[in-house]
Ligand binder design. Structure first.
Ligand code: TYM
Length: 327
């Protein structure tokens, strides 16, 4: 059976790009495969953070993942730091990845530029991500477009480790959706939509109330010619709305443009589709948020199941790389 693994950081509120680019696929893949999903709290330590906020957003993100449709009976859902194998395997990955490879990662460049304090962890972040994926003998990694380079690096690390130390890791592939793989900021369509708080009007949060969603989409930046067609280079704002509409309704952006003539109609259709898409998720999230005890129980069980797989892979890797074992 195909093994699927993916992760999401508990930093800031979940936004529409996370859902359309990744989580929607996570939900559908839990039935076709053996799926393992992770709230990657260790990755959230790579940038300045508030400890209490990290703790509470780890819990609320787990609840959000269940609200979007992950079912702990049909997938393994856990918190990264609860399975210590991730941190240990990351060291093996750091010693397999080349400095130059990590230096070429565009996310490192984006996140480090202009910051006063850049942690060493931000630089080695993709090695930890490779550990996450490789520990589970993963075949497929459902992610948005921005993670493609990290998955490529994970593949290179797995291939290098296997060729140096013998067959140890499965080489994974990225699964990226045809619509919604790169949802852009509604106010700055040249920038990807993100959880960070610098563009509240350009970012749709999964928990935004319907009137806020409508307002943000109606004020989305387009251009002045009022013609609806998909072309990212000449019409970034309109193309972004078409991608969102397509991803929300199971269509390609081109199909989503059928029958829509004017920007007003495009914005109305997109707002309506997003509100409808998010309504059941918001309802379920509020129910789950009332019962943190149950969430804690489920993630403890998830960590146990994850540990079983991860520890077997890690002992294979420890052995093959030449670490002495006392038993
Ligand atoms: P993170 O937490 O930034 O994002 C989680 C997922 O959401 C996708 N995504 C988007 N997709 C489309 N449009 C957008 N605007 C958008 N913004 C975010 C991301 O591509 C991602 O799939 N490094 C990862 C977390 C991670 C991971 C892993 C992923 C750690 N270990 C192992 C896969 C496998 C990250 O920061 O995702």
């Amino acid at each position: 059976m195909t093994r699927v693994f993916s992760g999401i950081k508990p930093s800031g509120a979940v936004q529409l790009g996370n859902y359309l680019g990744a989580l929607q696929n996570w939900v559908s893949m839990q039935d076709e495969s053996e799926a393992v999903y992770c709230v990657v709290d260790l990755h959230a330590l790579t940038v300045p953070h508030d400890p209490d906020e990290l703790r509470s957003s780890t819990l609320s993100l787990t609840q959000m993942l269940m609200a979007v449709g992950l079912d702990p009976d049909r997938c393994i859902l856990f918190v990264q730091s609860h399975v210590q194998e991730h941190a240990e395997c990351a060291w093996l990955m750091e010693c397999t990845a080349a400095f130059g490879e990590l230096r070429r990662m565009t996310q490192f460049k984006d996140k480090s530029t202009g910051n006063e304090f850049v942690s060493a962890g931000l630089f080695t972040y993709p090695a930890l991500q490779a550990a996450d994926i490789l520990l589970y003998d993963t075949n497929q990694v459902p992610v948005g477009e921005d993670q493609r380079q990290h998955i490529e690096l994970t593949r290179d690390i797995a291939i290098r480790f296997n060729s140096r130390f013998g067959d140890t890791f499965t080489v994974p592939e990225a699964i990226i959706p045809s619509s919604g793989a790169r949802v852009m900021d509604l106010q700055h369509p040249e920038k990807k939509m993100s959880k960070s708080e610098d563009s509240p009007q350009g970012t749709i949060l999964i928990l935004d109330p319907p009137d806020a969603i409508e307002k943000k989409i109606k004020r989305a930046v387009t251009d002045s010619d009022d013609e609806v067609f998909f072309d990212i280079d000449t019409k970034p704002g309109v193309s972004n709305l078409l991608s969102i509409l397509g991803a929300a309704t199971g269509k390609t952006p081109q199909e989503a443009s059928d029958g829509i003539e004017r920007y007003g109609d495009l914005k109305n259709a997109t707002a309506e589709a997003v509100v409808e898409l998010l309504k059941p998720i918001q309802e379920k999230y509020h129910d789950l948020a009332d019962d943190p005890g149950e969430t804690n129980r489920l993630i403890a069980k998830g960590a146990e199941k994850a540990r079983e797989i991860a520890s077997a892979t890690l002992s294979r890797a420890r052995n093959n790389i030449g670490l002495f074992s006392h038993n």
